[in-house]
Design a protein around this ligand. Structure first.
Ligand code: KG4
Ligand code: ZN
Length: 367
């Protein structure tokens, strides 16, 4: 396995000749904007740590289609964002003129959705005469736990597991990351969503599978733990999804009995958790990290959180898990990373919208 050091990227920006100038003033009251996928979120964060307001609007319209429809997501952001900014400012007791900076997600994500957030932030920042910082969404997940728990002991390992990402990253400092592993095919959340769809459990699949799994027997089906017996820290979930599909076709046509569904859900969830936990443990040993942190919607899963708590206790490292609102896509983590970059004098002026993680300035490739 080779890993890639990220010395500087769009979010860590200054040229070597220009030493960073910390700007605590600009970090004082940051408006965070997140529109990278189907959650529209706005936060007002004071001094990098005190959340004055934090709104998240999940777009229900996608449920009808069983997945996020990009065109509908960007239209909904366009509708929601101006109203949510007004509401977040009112709730925070902040006048727009009091804001000192805006932090907005610029990558990775759905391009149409990102464009809505970035265009709004640029215009609003220009009108107010304050800096606008482009934030990498995955980088924000790496630091999300710090919003509630303060900075973790470093180095730490971050496991980001969502509908779009499964990333294991060694965090040495703000802007200094070593990519350890990624998924080779489906993301962990995507596997939950696809299996839930297959079982007729609706969208998003993760919460439905977790609920049903509580009634089931996790040893009922011997689903594969992909790539566990191979060295390295990459993941693969598409084979596991196929194994569930095979079990379903062997069980005949739906409707399936609830007890059978619960056993499949429990066995599938156990396979995902075993895989994530084993790779996280391996990453902790490999890096000698002092802490493990989680991010992404799958990190809301109670069984995963309990398992990782046990692994961390055994390994003698601190586990820092954000509350569910801060695990899923949210603007608090965007504002937080923006404030920290400003405090360090590392503002990323780059507001170019980029869809993929690979092209976003954060390396995701391993071999
Ligand atoms: O981070 P997130 O809100 O959005 C992105 O994908 O960026 O994550 C959503 C994903 C979905 O795939 C959803 O099924 C999964 O997180 N998820 C869960 C749980 N809650 C949400 N997966 C497993 N267990 C959960 N409790
Ligand atoms: Zn996310």
């Amino acid at each position: 396995m080779s890993a890639v050091d990220r010395a500087a990227g769009p979010a860590a920006g200054p040229a070597p000749s220009a030493p960073p100038t910390p700007d605590a003033g600009a970090a004082r009251l940051v408006l965070g904007i997140e529109t990278s996928c189907d959650d529209c979120s706005v936060a007002v964060l004071e001094a990098g740590e005190r959340l004055r307001s934090h709104l998240i609007a999940a777009q229900d319209v996608h449920r009808i289609y069983g997945g996020v429809v990009p065109e509908l997501a960007s239209r909904a952001h366009l509708e929601l964002l101006p109203r949510m900014v007004r509401e977040a400012l009112a709730e925070a007791g902040t006048a727009p003129e009091q804001l000192t900076a805006i932090a907005v997600t610029r990558a990775p994500g759905l391009v149409g959705s990102l464009v809505v957030g970035v265009a709004f932030a640029r215009a609003y920042g220009l009108a107010l005469g304050i800096p606008v910082i482009g934030i990498n969404h995955v980088e924000a997940h790496l630091h999300a736990a710090a919003v509630e728990h303060g900075e973790s002991p470093l180095p730490m390992v971050a496991l980001v597991v969502s509908g779009g990402h499964t990333e294991l990253v060694a965090v040495h400092d703000l802007g200094r990351y070593r990519w350890l592993g990624s998924t080779r095919d489906d993301a962990a959340g995507e596997a939950f969503d696809k299996v839930a769809k297959l079982l007729g459990l609706g969208f998003p699949g993760g919460p439905a599978i977790e609920r049903l799994a509580r009634e089931g027997n996790a040893a009922a089906f011997d689903f594969p733990r992909p790539m566990l017996n191979r060295p390295g820290l990459d993941f693969s979930f598409s084979g596991l999804k196929t194994a569930v599909a095979l079990a379903a076709s062997a069980a005949g046509a739906p409707p399936w009995p609830r007890a059978w569904l619960a056993d499949v859900a429990a066995s599938f969830q156990a396979a995902v958790i075993d895989t994530l936990a084993a790779k996280a443990r391996r990453a902790l040993e490999y890096t000698g990290a002092r802490a493990l942190t989680l991010g992404g919607g799958v990190a809301c899963n109670g069984a995963l959180r309990e398992r990782l708590a046990r692994e961390c206790a055994e390994a003698g490292v601190v586990l820092r898990v954000p509350s569910p609102r801060l695990c899923a896509d949210n603007a608090a983590m965007i504002a937080h990373l923006g404030a920290r970059l400003l405090q360090r004098g590392l503002p990323a002026a780059d507001l170019t919208v980029v869809a993929s993680l690979e092209e976003s300035g954060l390396p995701a490739e391993n071999d």
